[in-house]
Design a protein around this ligand. Sequence first.
Ligand code: HEC
Ligand code: HEC
Length: 395
Amino acid sequence: MQRILIWDLPTRLFHWTLASSFALAWLTSDGDQWRSIHVFLGYLMLGLVVFRLIWGFAGSHFSRFASFWFGPKEAIDYLKQVATGHAPRHVGHNPTGSLAIYILLAMAVVVGLTGILTLGGDEQQGIAAGWFSFSQIKWIKELHEAAAILMLVVVIGHITGVVVESVLHKENLARAMVTGVKMADPDTPKATARPWVAVLMLLAMLGFGGWWFAYAIDRQIDGQAWHIRLETGIGEEPHVKFVGKQLPDHKQWREECGSCHAVFYPALLPSRSWQKMMAEQDQHFGSDLGLDAATTEAILKFMVDNAAEKHAVEAAFKIEQSIPAWVTPLRITETPYWIRKHREIAASDWTNPMVMSKTNCAACHSDADVGTFEDGAMHIPKAPTAAATSPASRP
Ligand code: HEC
Ligand code: HEC
């Protein structure tokens, strides 16, 4: 027996980046504000699977599919041998482990692709934006979640297998996946490290990450952007912003409806609400808007054309769905969806001087002005400290 390189560098890099991407994707799957990272990790995993498929033919001996091309029957037989404590040692992947690898690769593709579709349907973002409506996407989203759970189950099975094998054959398999080296017969096929392929992989991943997160890097170095952010009172920490679609704008609407408060984008209420609001414009929450007929007509047309029923963004769809047909709300903040989404925000966050009012949407939604209300663009500001309020204190 001697120390022999079994796993080449690209295979190890693949393994650990896939594993950490999967773990991080789980951690970022819940909080809407992590969406951009979550989606990035999904694309990264798809890219890694493509690499692995190529490497299954181009890699070193034990990285090739030919070296671990076992069927389900062999996988089950091997499991039985493990149960009786008589499983033979495989220098490369054992039959059960191999099956786990194929399932994981397939699941990563299913999870990745359903993720892209979900993003396209649920958020109307990414390459699949507009392929499905908000109501059609529901079951695909459920498939995405179910597939991710199944993948987690296989991952847990895989880790259990690694631990059992390591104990059974008294070798640290996880460490072998780090160093690439195992004790084996001198005539075992040796891997070549292939460091250049690994370097290319790393560069590709870094390049992809740099391109994906360029907006965050920009924001860090562009002092001006920080300044604007602080002036609008959005708060301190940068949140991950997903740049999605742009909604139509209207100059006259912006001027007339943005003079007392920040504009509320038409997608946030159904057209019947806007019609009622304009019909009763002389008693607009205690004020008389006093708009002439032509202006009223122009503004109302823009609002009706872009009202909630148009489902231009997720918020529009959800708000519209939540309002009973016989109700015509004049306040966004009284729609069931709005109430549900803001129920868990602490009282102290509402009284924070940077927020003060429920209708100060822009305090927490950096895209309130353009009406998209994307998950990644929301952020509850923390009460300012002396350092945080002064733009000069930012590096
Ligand atoms: C003269 C000042 C003024 C103008 C101009 C004005 N509003 Fe208002 N608006 C108010 C006040 C005051 C409130 C109540 C704010 C509050 O409760 O925080 C309000 C509240 C609202 C709300 C309810 C917000 C919520 O969900 O609680 C909507 C929607 C709204 N305005 C739309 C409009 C539109 C559309 C226009 C343009 C046609 C407009 N406003 C122009 C004064 C104005
Ligand atoms: C104190 C901060 C704060 C203010 C002010 C605020 N929001 Fe929110 N909003 C949030 C948070 C946090 C969430 C995310 C809640 C969640 O995901 O469960 C949210 C979620 C939403 C969503 C759902 C987004 C989605 O697609 O999942 C919409 C729409 C929304 N807010 C609209 C508004 C509007 C309109 C206003 C102003 C009338 C407003 N918000 C004011 C903090 C705020």
